[in-house]
Structure formats: structure tokens, C-alpha cells
Design a protein around this ligand. Structure first.
Ligand SMILES: [Zn+2]
Ligand SMILES: [Zn+2]
Ligand SMILES: [Zn+2]
Length: 274
């Protein structure tokens, strides 16, 4: 399984859209891996997780042709993960697509209801976009990838999801943002599941949260529990993503802090193979 992190920031990006804090100033100065756009990930070039406002920037920076994308899996309806205004451009005359080219979108009830409202107001968009409500803990197939939504601990106004992605070779990734420390139903479900890669929320950087997001102390707790349960071992890759300037550590400092605990720090364009 090939996983490419297209964006690795929290809602406001890093530097933040309107921010003049010292960490945003420093990111502007250093550039490179310190410039983080809103979070999404591409799996095997065929399935995308989340559709942030920076998707346009991703297709330009990484030379991606999204006309070929067939599957879009959404974690929750927050604007940094589900930017519908650009999705509305997936139709004639804004996009010239192959006949029958439908983008299958999967998400929770909030995502379903936003999509239904859009589709009910546009017959033409119905030809290009299709929405599927996916209940938690029920596996579905998106092309070659088996996908299982799990409950996250995040906005309390909707059932936010994290996901298990499994490819044809049985390689499995646990994709865990935005979330605090997982709810017990999720821990219960993953008993007996082995993960080749665990990707975790690190919005707080060195700080602690656990209720809506995570920071390194929370990531360490989650990693320890996964190892205790046999869901991960020394061969499992652990990757941190979804960073905020409010965490206060730039890329190199995050790497230094996370490395002794066995975590890779994602950056925009980071690729990992499992
Ligand atoms: Zn987010
Ligand atoms: Zn800032
Ligand atoms: Zn969120």
C-alpha cells in the first residue's frame, strides 16, 4: 500500500491564514517541511481521504490528476476535511470527464446530509458525484481497498470517523485524525486487528489533549495500548500528522521529540509504503 500525505496541518494551515504568531513567522522563514497545508491523504493513487480547501494546491504541487480519482472517504464534515465548494466543480463545464466517471463519496450522516442538499439542487452534479452513508464498524469496499469506519473522539455534533484501510495483500493502516484517545467501542472493535501502519493526530505537538485531538503524550499512550493489545509491534510504522502552529514546534523539533518514541513526523508530500 502506498500512502501519500498531501497535507498535514490542522484547520487553519501552518502558517495560519491570518496568523502572525512566532511559529507561523518562523515557518514562513524556514519554508520546506514547515509549510503545512490542510490534511488529506492519497492511498494507492486511487482513494483519497478527505477533501480540504488545499486540494487545488495539492494537485499543482504534486502533479496529481484528480479526474482519475474514483473514491473519496471523508472523516467528518469540518471545513478543513470536507470543502464542498470545490467538489461542486466536478461537473461539466468546469471539468471534462470520461463518460460515466462518478466520484463515489463515503461519509457519516453529516457528510451525507450536506451532499444530499447539494445533489438535490443540481441534477447535473448527480451524474458526477455519488454519496454513500457508511455506518460505523461496517466494512465496505472502495475499489481494491476494504474500508472500515470507526468512531473517533472529536466533534460531539456528529459521529466523526477514523478508518481502517486494508489492501488486497492484507496490509492494513489505521488512519487516526481528527480524534482524541479513541472511544472504548473503537478499542473493542480493533481487538485482534494487526496494523502495518498507524497514523495519528498530533494537533497539540508536545502538549496533551486526548478529548478532541492528541499531542505526543496521547500518541504515546495510544501506541502503548495498541502494542499491549497485539494490534501493533516493532514492525508497525507509527506516523504523526495534523499539526497546529499552536503546538509550537516546527518540523525538525517535532522530529527530534518524536523519534525516541518511534514516531515518524509526516510533512506535505511524505510517502510511506507498507
Ligand atoms: Zn482537522
Ligand atoms: Zn500562528
Ligand atoms: Zn475536525
Amino acid at each position: 500500500m502506498k500512502i501519500k500525505y498531501l497535507g498535514t496541518a490542522a484547520a487553519e494551515g501552518w502558517p495560519g491564514v491570518f496568523c502572525s504568531c512566532k511559529y507561523c513567522k518562523e515557518a514562513r522563514k524556514r519554508g520546506g517541511k514547515n509549510i503545512r497545508t490542510r490534511s488529506s491523504t492519497l492511498i494507492n493513487d486511487s482513494l483519497m481521504v478527505d477533501f480540504p480547501p488545499d486540494t487545488y494546491c495539492h494537485i499543482i504541487n504534486f502533479g496529481i490528476d484528480l479526474s482519475q480519482l474514483r473514491y473519496l472517504v471523508i472523516t467528518h464534515s469540518h471545513q478543513d476535511h470536507f470543502y464542498i465548494d470545490d467538489l461542486k466543480l466536478r461537473r461539466s463545464v468546469f471539468a471534462h470527464l470520461d463518460e460515466g466517471s462518478v466520484l463515489e463519496i463515503y461519509g457519516n450522516r453529516a457528510v451525507e446530509s450536506i451532499m444530499n442538499e447539494i445533489l438535490n439542487n443540481s441534477d447535473i452534479l448527480k451524474e458526477y458525484l455519488n454519496i454513500h452513508y457508511v455506518p460505523p464498524f461496517e466494512t465496505f469496499e472502495a475499489g481494491d481497498i476494504k474500508v472500515t469506519p470507526l468512531l473517533a473522539l472529536h466533534a460531539r455534533t456528529e459521529d466523526c470517523y477514523i478508518y481502517i484501510f486494508e489492501d488486497r495483500d492484507g496490509k492494513r493502516m489505521l488512519y487516526g485524525n481528527d480524534t482524541g484517545i479513541f472511544p472504548e467501542e473503537t478499542w473493542e472493535y480493533i481487538k485482534g486487528c494487526y496494523f502495518d501502519l498507524v497514523s495519528l493526530d498530533c494537533t497539540m505537538g508536545p502538549g496533551q489533549d486526548g478529548n478532541n485531538h492528541m499531542g505526543l503524550p496521547d500518541n504515546i499512550k495510544v501506541k502503548e495500548r495498541l502494542i499491549e493489545m497485539g494490534c501493533a509491534d516493532e514492525a508497525t510504522r507509527f506516523v504523526l500528522t495534523h499539526f497546529s502552529h499552536n503546538g509550537g514546534l516546527l518540523h525538525d523539533e517535532l522530529v527530534e521529540l518524536a523519534k525516541p518514541h518511534g514516531f515518524d513526523v509526516a510533512y506535505d508530500g511524505f510517502e510511506v509504503f507498507i
